[in-house]
Design a protein around this ligand. Structure first.
Ligand code: GDG
Length: 456
């Protein structure tokens, strides 16, 4: 069996603390052997290409340090200030700077130079996410003939939006160097296909084989899942029970609504707070019977737009609490801190409503974790944005337009009034999907497809 070389911006091998994706990739690397390669997260004064090898829980990791300029232009710049906003349909936030594009290209060349000698002839190479679009092409130009796959964890934007990126064509041409390109959903796959067809004269057949200029690449819709078993074990842990009891007690008989998101403008937190406020205003009888617990650990704090969303949300939570709170009740409990996964599982289970309303999301794993943590006899209700990739698989959730405060408010009313019978009916279907299409299913589906030969 061929070894696996996983390449991603950051490497997080090891046990359960990092979440399902890291657990699954670690399990695959343990089973097949191989290496997880990426940036160490550290800065060096001068790039040397020195590789730090480590062995973590049976997984070999290889990481390199980057120079300050690379980190600024490649990571904070092109990845987080250009591609992330654009691919989440936020051209208003996307910054188009040639220096970012140049730094991104340079960092990818550095990744290619350093990882190349680690790859053996029959290894499967699997590149992850938008930080590394050009890596496949860079590896090919250095003579690598192995099978190379790419998986995109975020949405692929519609053609007209992508066309606003000065390097759009170059970026797509770079992707054609891979043998297999994976997306979470049909929608993202179609948007990619649309660009290649309309802008580059490519064709796609019924098996999603894409052909441009004589080169054929396979496209695959392959929705990522969670490690449902691992999450169920978290939910059954003592820490989860303790957290469950603590959170329920603190709600003093009120119904908890929970949101858990990295603090990111794509997650629709502002719109969520406004939808909840609308619910409070329109349902005076329900007021004081509910509490919204929003957990939002800060991320990417060195990027301006993330600092802005943080202060906007603080202001909004303060205003809503100021307008509605009473002596013994605060409507929004807004927590800017992360918690261990077993505690999160307890929080999900203690909450009768899971509010997952991103404006755009490649998949969204919180929706799946919320479902996996529920009590089968008395499950909560998932309210899910129709613009999350997860909505393609989770039609039994209450699907909402996250831009509409009215729809969020109505869905909250529906969720709170839903009979136990109906909650169980919906939850069973959702849970069946979460269990069937778990992260191991995703991993196998992608790597099996990568092994299949496409004739070029
Ligand atoms: C990208 C795509 C796609 C959150 N708060 C805490 C915590 N988390 C964990 C959640 C979940 C993970 O972070 C977030 O995953 P998401 O899928 O919701 O979102 P992104 O981080 O934006 O991930 C996304 C994903 O890649 C996989 O392909 O689904 O669409 O944007 O697991 O539980 N974990 C802990 N404490 C917290 O407070 N321990």
């Amino acid at each position: 069996m061929s070894r696996l070389i996983v390449i991603s911006n950051r490497v997080s091998a090891g046990g359960g603390a990092q979440g399902g994706l890291a657990v699954a990739l670690s399990a695959a690397l343990r089973e097949h052997g191989g290496i997880w390669f990426g940036w160490s997260g550290n800065e060096t004064s001068e790039f040397t290409g020195h590789i730090n090898f480590e062995r973590i829980d049976g997984v070999t990791t290889a990481t390199i340090d980057l120079e300050e300029q690379d980190i600024e232009e490649y990571y904070n710049g092109y990845a987080n200030r250009t591609l992330w906003p654009l691919f989440h349909y936020r051209i208003d936030l996307a910054e188009y700077e040639r220096s970012f594009a140049g730094g991104y290209q340079r960092a990818n060349e550095r990744f290619a130079d350093t990882v190349l000698p680690l790859i053996e002839p029959h290894d499967l190479v699997w590149v992850q996410d938008y930080h590394m679009f050009p890596l496949g092409k860079e590896l090919r130009s250095r003579g690598l003939a192995n099978r190379i796959g790419f998986f995109l964890h975020i949405p692929w934007p519609p053609r007209r939006l992508l066309a606003t990126l000065p390097e759009a064509r170059q970026l797509v041409e770079g992707l054609l160097a891979y043998d297999l390109i994976g997306f979470h959903t049909e929608e993202w796959l179609q948007s990619f296909g649309d660009y290649v067809r309309e802008e580059m004269g490519g064709t796609i057949d019924a098996q999603n084989m894409l052909t441009v200029d004589g080169r054929t690449v396979r496209l695959l819709a392959c929705p990522v899942g969670i490690d449902a078993k691992e999450f169920a074990a978290h939910a059954a842990s003592e820490k989860a029970h303790e957290t469950y009891a603590r959170v329920r007690e603190s709600a003093v008989g009120r119904t908890l609504i929970v949101g858990v998101d990295r603090l990111d403008y794509s997650k629709g937190l502002e719109e969520r707070f406004l939808g909840y406020e609308r619910f409070l205003t329109e349902n005076p009888a329900e007021r004081k019977e509910v509490v919204l617990l929003q957990i939002a650990p800060p991320s990417r704090g060195s990027v301006d737009s993330y600092q802005r969303i943080r202060s906007t949300l603080e202001g909004l939570a303060g205003r809503i609490n100021g307008a509605h709170a009473g002596l013994d009740w605060v409507p929004i409990r807004y927590v800017n801190q992360g918690y261990p996964r077993d505690m999160l599982a307890g929080v999900y289970r203690a909450s009768k409503v899971g509010l997952v309303t991103p404006l755009r999301d490649g998949m969204n794993l919180v929706a799946k974790e919320y479902v996996a943590a529920q009590d089968p006899e008395d499950p909560g209700v998932l309210i899910l944005s129709r613009f999350a990739g997860a909505a393609e698989q989770m039609g039994e959730a209450l699907l909402v337009n996250p831009h509409s405060a009215e729809e969020i408010s109505d869905a909250l009313s529906t969720a709170l009034a839903m009979s136990r019978e109906e909650r169980i009916r919906r939850w069973r279907k959702l849970m069946q999907n979460v269990v069937e299409h778990d992260v191991m299913w995703w991993l196998k589906r992608f790597t099996d497809a990568l092994r299949e030969k496409v004739s070029n």
